[in-house]
Design a protein around this ligand. Structure first.
Ligand SMILES: NC(=O)C1=CN([C@@H]2O[C@H](COP(=O)(O)OP(=O)(O)OC[C@H]3O[C@@H](n4cnc5c(N)ncnc54)[C@H](O)[C@@H]3O)[C@@H](O)[C@H]2O)C=CC1
Ligand SMILES: O=C(O)C(=O)Cc1ccc(O)cc1
Length: 365
């Protein structure tokens, strides 16, 4: 399907990343957008991402092939209501929200099932805004699609192709199944991270001893507590039922741990830790059972002669071999991005530390 016009409502981390990739793939595509702040659209226009220089009106979305709703989940539902009756028949409205049941119920209530395909890229970070959007953000990530009972199979096929062109892996799921799974693997972990940080904050002494000595483990498990509060408030309100279910199960798990520790039950502790370790260690195994881990980083590369040679020399002189290297030449008004693939996790970690020491900006996935 030849894409002509795509609209974005919300142009932050996710909307911006999708738009950037589409701009690279389809130079002639008309991309229009609106966002919470006019400055976002001005910036997007300046970098050649959007065709409009100020936030567009909802009526401008009428003849889009696709409209991506990329605001916090509850705002997406408001926009869906506003769009009803104001888009042409062939337009597919999709969203990137982290919760799907709520918006599907709204779609049904509005009678928009034939025009809506839910979506959720399983990629992102704790960062927000267009400034952090990257065209490769969805690379190799699952992108969950939740069609409705009235989705035209041809429209679903086209949308799958679009998702695949973003570098993502489309996966169709039932929306309720999606919300239970994401409550477990994404929503609960964010709530635990936020709670853990608040716990430490309230337990710390006046000198901030805990904050000072907080080491890798605490930082690893709480990185996501730096995520957008508005986004997570919206997610908790939209996926309330499944999140409460998972919080209760988690309290049960913590209770088992507590009992085992209180009873000095080494066997129970060893069983719990070993079983969790085995499962966690197996996460890098993909569905087909092959080890598909890629040890890669992306970094900003100054547009100067010898830029790659300098990076290669820094790594080689520290005995770090590069498996794959390439420049992504597509941000017209910015410096290039260098993609590096290393052989294993240790070399990747060492390369990141080394390159950061040399003041390069690194983007880890
Ligand atoms: N951050 C992440 O890692 C992921 C987020 N998501 C979902 O993607 C959606 C967007 O999240 P991000 O891009 O991370 O957020 P973001 O904060 O980076 O961007 C949100 C965008 O929505 C706009 N916006 C907010 N309220 C608005 C309003 N009332 N009218 C118009 N625009 C408004 C903001 O101006 C901004 O452009 C959310 O629904 C979230 O659940 C999905 C996958 C990953
Ligand atoms: O930062 C991380 O590791 C995330 O987990 C990002 C994320 C946040 C929300 C989603 O719906 C999907 C992915």
């Amino acid at each position: 399907m030849k894409l002509q016009k795509i609209g974005f409502i919300g142009l932050g981390l996710i909307g911006g990343s999708i738009a950037k990739r589409l701009r690279i793939l389809h130079k002639d595509l008309v991309i229009i957008a609106t966002a919470g702040h006019a400055a976002t659209i001005e910036a997007a226009y300046k970098e050649g991402l959007t065709d409009n220089a100020s936030p567009c009106e909802l009526s401008d979305f009428y003849d889009c092939d696709y409209i991506f709703l990329c605001t916090p989940v509850q705002k997406n539902m408001e926009y869906l209501r506003l769009l009803k009756g104001h888009v042409c028949d062939r337009c597919i409205i999709t969203d990137v929200g982290s919760v799907k049941t709520d918006i599907h119920r709204e779609v049904t209530a509005l009678g928009m099932e034939a025009q809506f395909i839910g979506g959720h890229p399983m990629a992102g970070s704790e960062k927000t805004g267009l400034a952090n959007a990257r065209e490769f953000l969805l690379e190799n990530a699952y992108y969950i699609l939740t069609p409705t009972a009235q989705t035209d199979p041809a429209a679903l096929k086209d949308f799958k192709e679009l998702v695949a062109s973003l570098g993502a892996i489309p996966m169709v799921l039932d929306y309720e199944q999606h919300d239970y799974a994401t409550a477990a693997i994404s929503h609960l972990p964010h709530i635990i991270a936020y709670s853990l940080v608040n716990l430490v904050k309230s337990c710390d002494d006046c000198e901030g001893t805990m904050k000072t000595i907080a080491a890798g483990g605490f930082k690893d498990i709480t990185r996501i507590a730096s995520s957008s509060p508005v986004m997570w408030e919206n997610i908790c309100l939209s996926n309330q039922e499944q999140i409460l279910r998972l919080i209760d199960s988690f309290c049960g798990e913590l209770g088992h741990m507590r009992s085992a520790i209180a009873a000095s039950d080494s066997k129970a502790l060893m069983e719990a830790f070993t079983s969790a370790k085995d499962y966690r260690d197996s996460l890098t195994l993909h569905a087909n059972g092959t080890l598909k881990q890629v040890y890669e980083l992306y970094m900003d590369l100054l547009d100067e002669a010898g830029g790659i040679a300098t990076v290669a020399t820094i790594l080689a002189s520290n005995h770090l071999s590069i498996k794959n290297i390439g420049i992504i030449h597509n941000r017209e008004f910015e410096d290039g991005v260098l993609h590096l693939e290393m052989y294993d996790s240790e070399s990747l970690a060492a390369a990141i530390t080394l390159l950061k020491k040399h003041h390069y900006t690194i983007y880890e996935r």
